[in-house]
Design a protein around this ligand. Structure first.
Ligand code: CA
Length: 510
């Protein structure tokens, strides 16, 4: 392959090296640029001389200031960049960049309709828990249910225990405790769990079943028992507890097994977008392709969520400009401010992101990472903002505020009612969730080839010029409909990669 670089925006004074393994000093590009030193794959080269104090521009924005003279053709690495201050949260543009997109009609998938109007892409029995104390018992019961009961109910895809480390020894009334509490409630109500939740409680814990999942939430909770409490006096042994969990599971499996897939509009999809293990290609290949698919989904009437506050914080002005109205812009600013305060309280700031792997992948700082991350959200107006763990109740492009940490974000997006997940990665991660199919998109072909059993979509073809952003994005849109319908499984689903969930608890532990 001949020496190649990618420059994203005409104003950029750096470009990234595309070639696998990087390029050596002396490499000459078609436009005459010659490398003065070795530049690793996905890292930046200076397109012009950048004297100390010059703004280094990528994506058309300043990602940092040169803190030494950088020669044309030199490697622009982390040590040469000064991180700019985060944009202020006042005087931001509001709804100045709201573009009109034609609706897309006629796209459907096969889904399971729930009593509350939500639609599942899978038909799973979820067993919720109020407290960590019951986790091992529930996992024991789940293993037996999967082996002994599930084969009797062929329309049910799986059984999962929603176990976690919350529920007791916590300041349950502290500000912030509502986040893990509502997350657990809304996880139990995820569309892929069929509206048939059950709860296993210990008995003496702080988070009581009626607080976590009030009986008024669903008709099934009002009409039949939904809590197994391990400390109840009728349980004379561990065997009794497991038998009680299995009996309630059997009742729920009977209900779930009667359900059939029906044709539903693509508008019933709730697609969560996330990135993890990003590199400098993520923002030019995988994330723009996902953004293109996001635009198609929004045009088809679906809900599309993007998240990861620290990875959009540096582009807040771009987001408020895309807010559909002033209320949405205020919601965005509220969530950014909350997170600024949360980080400051912990003695950190946004520079705590990125990771060492991001940096080896060519992402020098959070500004550069953020500009690439925002590309996932496509180009449509942002129509709603929800806090961490809230259930999203609107269509269109939604900002569902979460940390960027992969499993914390994934867990909160599940609580937000996600029924399909798209995850982009450059460095690679064997990420998977039990509650919803995860489609993984690689930013580089070398990763997609090396991990062909883990990566569903190779967006690296955009860097080499073999495919366009539109082609990869359109193919991803169709793949989402196929996998949502159960006609195909994603790699993570085939392998049964079910990482544990991770609750976000900003409140104190006692
Ligand atoms: Ca992430």
């Amino acid at each position: 392959m001949k020496p190649l670089t990618i420059r994203v925006h005409p104003d950029d004074n750096v470009a990234i090296v595309v070639n696998e393994g990087g390029l050596p000093a002396g490499t000459r590009f078609d436009d005459g640029l010659t490398l003065t030193e070795d530049v690793p794959e996905a890292h930046k080269v200076a397109l012009t001389a950048l004297p100390a104090g010059t703004a280094v521009i990528r994506y058309g924005v300043t990602i940092g200031t040169a803190n030494a003279d950088i020669a044309q053709g030199a490697w622009v690495h982390e040590g040469l960049l000064q991180l700019p201050a985060a944009p202020a949260l006042h005087d931001l543009p509001v709804a100045t960049n709201v573009t009109h997109h034609e609706p897309l009609t006629g796209y459907t998938f096969q889904g399971f309709v729930n009593a509350d109007g939500s639609v599942g892409t899978r038909n799973i029995l979820g067993i919720s828990t109020t407290v960590q104390c019951v986790a091992a018992t529930v996992e024991h019961a789940v293993a037996r249910i999967r082996k002994e009961l599930l084969p009797l109910y062929p329309n049910v895809d799986d059984v999962i225990g929603i176990t976690h480390v919350y529920g007791c020894g916590v300041a349950i009334d502290a500000p912030g405790a509502e986040i893990p509490t509502r997350t657990l409630r809304n996880l139990a109500l995820n569309p892929n769990l069929g509206g048939a939740p059950m709860v296993v409680s210990l008995g003496c814990e702080k988070l009581q079943p009626g607080t976590m999942l009030p009986q008024s939430t669903l008709p099934i909770l009002q009409s039949s028992p939904y809590v197994v409490r391990l400390q109840d006096e009728q349980h004379m042994s561990f065997g009794d507890m497991v038998a009680a969990i299995m009996q309630m599971a059997k009742d729920r499996l009977e209900v779930l097994n009667q359900r059939q897939r029906v044709t539903r509009p693509a508008a019933d999809l709730v697609v969560g977008l996330q990135c993890g293990g990003s590199d400098a290609f993520s923002g030019v290949t995988a994330n723009p392709a996902v953004g293109y698919a996001a635009d198609l989904l929004v045009r088809a009437g679906a809900t599309v969520m993007f998240s990861e506050v620290t990875e959009v914080r540096d582009g807040i002005d771009l987001l408020t400009a895309r807010a559909a109205n002033e209320g949405v812009a205020k919601g965005l600013i509220r969530e950014m401010q909350w997170y600024d305060d949360y980080l400051a309280h912990g003695g950190a700031d946004r520079s705590a992101n990125p990771t060492p792997g991001n940096k080896r992948g060519g992402l020098n700082n959070i500004v550069e990472k953020a500009m690439g991350s925002i590309a996932k959200s496509g180009s449509t107006a942002i129509t709603g903002v929800f806090g961490p763990g809230e259930r999203v109740t609107q269509k269109g492009l939604i900002f569902a505020a979460t940390p960027a940490s992969d499993f914390v974000c994934g867990t909160l997006q599940l609580a937000a009612s996600m029924n399909m997940h798209v995850f982009t990665t450059g460095r690679g991660t064997p990420y998977g969730l039990a509650m919803t199919p995860v489609i993984k998109v690689a930013s580089r072909s070398s990763l997609a080839h090396r991990w062909s059993d883990l990566i569903d979509v190779d967006a690296g073809t955009i860097a080499t010029g073999d495919q366009t952003i539109e082609e990869v994005g359109t193919a991803l849109f169709h793949l989402i409909l196929e996998i949502a319908s159960g006609r195909q499984q994603s790699c993570a689903e085939k392998l049964g990669l079910h990482n544990e969930m991770a609750l976000f608890n900003p409140a104190p532990i006692t």
